[in-house]
Design a protein around this ligand. Structure first.
Ligand code: GRG
Length: 298
């Protein structure tokens, strides 16, 4: 298992550098943004901050797994990261999680104020779709990728899951409610990363379905590990404030199953993820990333 994780760590570093360079190029340059330099600066502040780049890396790995190149999936990969970044900015606002620290830096609203943080999130959200539609060479494929992003990030996915999470408040832990929330809130974008990366490289329907199942299980493993790290991690390692879930009596996998139970559940989701890939050649890297996700320390 250690060898698997080191392969994933090396790939994430390589993919992260590729994505960082592309984001540098595709984000508006505040030095040239005569109309709204402060908006461009706020967009760059959050999007270029040191995140793990897991979602774009999964998209590139999905493309490679079906014989594609990084270039096939790079606009889509960056779009995922922009949508993810917008969700973090909005989630950190006083009206939601009210957080001061993100990716090791003061949160967007702490630096730019609530109004500009909201607008920077909005602009990153729409830039994601602009990028996919402008930079994906095949227009039919671009349309399908934009649809994939929209479904995963909106009502049916991330935003719907966030609202369900807010509505659940600190209620009695219930496995079905928790899973339904996280399949949408976190899992949908992660599943769309793997599937969309493969779609960008021309994958067939059977592969897309298998990668969707892989991504859904991986998304749950990611969220369970996120819940565990909120208890066991430090602000220095995580780059965000730990311990908030317990302080706010949030519905989490640790609250539901305890630490050991949550770890066992994350491992089970990794097994499910690997099962979805069984028999599909070229998916070793995706498997390695699944192991990494459940054994990361940040
Ligand atoms: C506010 C529209 C809106 C949606 C909010 C996904 C989400 C829904 C909010 C993000 C806040 C959050 C803490 C979600 C739980 C899991 C998660 C997505 C953690 C952060 O993702 P990482 O660990 O972050 O991949 P980095 O910084 O490494 O990219």
């Amino acid at each position: 298992m250690a060898a698997d994780i080191s392969a994933a760590v090396a790939f994430l570093a390589e993919a992260g550098a590729t994505v960082q360079a592309a984001l540098e190029r595709w984000l508006p340059d505040e030095r040239e943004a005569a109309a709204a330099p402060r908006l461009a600066e706020a967009m760059r502040y959050s999007a270029l901050a040191p995140g793990k780049r897991l979602r774009p890396a999964l998209a590139l790995a999905g493309a490679r797994a079906v014989g594609g190149s990084d270039a096939d999936a790079l606009p889509y990969a960056c779009a995922l990261e922009l949508i993810h970044t917008y969700s973090l900015i909005h989630d950190d606002l006083p009206a939601m999680d009210d957080d001061d620290l993100r990716r090791g830096r003061p949160t967007s609203h702490k630096v730019y104020g609530d109004a500009l943080a909201i607008l920077a999130g909005d602009a990153l959200h729409t830039l994601a779709f602009e990028l996919v539609l402008r930079e994906t060479s095949d227009p039919a494929r671009a349309g399908l990728l934009a649809r994939e992003l929209a479904v995963a990030s909106g009502y049916h996915g991330m935003v719907g899951g966030q609202v369900a999470d807010l509505a659940a408040g600190g209620g009695v832990p219930d496995a079905e409610v928790l899973e339904a929330i996280h399949r949408r809130k976190t899992g949908a974008l992660i599943a769309a990363a793997v599937r969309g990366g493969a779609r960008a490289a021309g994958a067939d329907d059977a592969t897309l379905a298998a990668f969707g199942n892989f991504g859904a299980a991986l998304g749950l493993a990611f969220q369970i590990t996120d819940d565990i790290l909120d208890v066991t991690g430090s602000a220095a390692a995580l780059g965000k404030t730990p311990g908030k879930d317990e302080r706010e009596s949030k519905l989490t996998y640790v609250a539901l199953l305890g630490l050991d139970g949550a770890r066992a559940r994350a491992d089970r989701e990794v097994e499910r993820a690997l099962e979805a890939l069984r028999g599909i050649a070229g998916t070793e890297l995706l498997g390695a990333i699944a192991h990494f996700v459940a054994h990361r320390d940040r």
